[in-house]
Ligand binder design. Sequence first.
Ligand SMILES: C[S@@+](CC[C@H](N)C(=O)[O-])C[C@H]1O[C@@H](n2cnc3c(N)ncnc32)[C@H](O)[C@@H]1O
Length: 200
Amino acid sequence: MSSSGSDTSTTRLYAENWLGPIDLRPCYQHEAPLEIDVGCGKGRFLLARSAAFPDTNFLGIDRMLRRIRKVDRKLIRRSQENVRLLRMEAYYAVSYLIPPTCVSTYYIFFPDPWPKKKHASHRLFDVPFMDAMCRTMKPDAMLHFATDHQPYFQEVHTLLQKDKRFTEAPPFMPTEDERTDFELIFTGKPIGRCSFKFLL
Ligand SMILES: C[S@@+](CC[C@H](N)C(=O)[O-])C[C@H]1O[C@@H](n2cnc3c(N)ncnc32)[C@H](O)[C@@H]1O
């Protein structure tokens, strides 16, 4: 896990503690609602959102080290203390490392669509991933999803609509600053957005 701001050292996960839930509280300066950006990429959304909500704690997860480093450098320059970064496979992190019942919001924006049919099983969002998120979500927590890939959008939207643990809410609309790096690339393409509230 990468720490930012004035403490430029890195909070490392050692063998004895990367097999179970991480105590996230000491990673942040203040206790506050926790929001997770899954596959945060180069962090345009995470940086804008966390700057706009300094009283919320954010965690960006991405498996690509280069992208995590890029976001970390920007956070250090801004001395922003309410964001931490985890370079890890998101399914593993959400299944095992995020403590139970602690997440207020998940953002899953433009996850890799794996457009070829034979690769669809590589998609992150499926029922086991939903189960993993549900373990970590607080009652009334929100899940926001967006993609430009319509088949993936339909799949996720249908999964969430059918799941009695969730109820649909108006879709999250980013501000101009919060539009993600990938969203900017796909300007002009229709974007599927949906948001759901966790009921349990
Ligand atoms: C298409 S990019 C979108 C990035 C960002 N959300 C945006 O909209 O600009 C997908 C990101 O998710 C990351 N990613 C894909 N699968 C992942 C996984 N299983 N675990 C963690 N990160 C993943 C990739 O490294 C990449 O940075």
